[in-house]
Design a protein around this ligand. Sequence first.
Ligand SMILES: [Zn+2]
Length: 69
Amino acid sequence: MDNRKIKRNVLQCKLCGDIIESKYTHDFVTCKCKKCFVDGGKEYVRYGAENIDDVILLTEYEDDENGQT
Ligand SMILES: [Zn+2]
């Protein structure tokens, strides 16, 4: 279980170049080509794609700045 606080739940689709962000819990967002999605807002990170290599996870965590794990 990942206990880090999510700052921004962001995903980029390599197929269409779209950058999508889930802003709140159950905010299910799909990219332009609908091949990938992100969900969960700041509660959890859930994402998927037909081919997981087609997405770049850009999620930022609160702990990124102070280096805690
Ligand atoms: Zn796409």
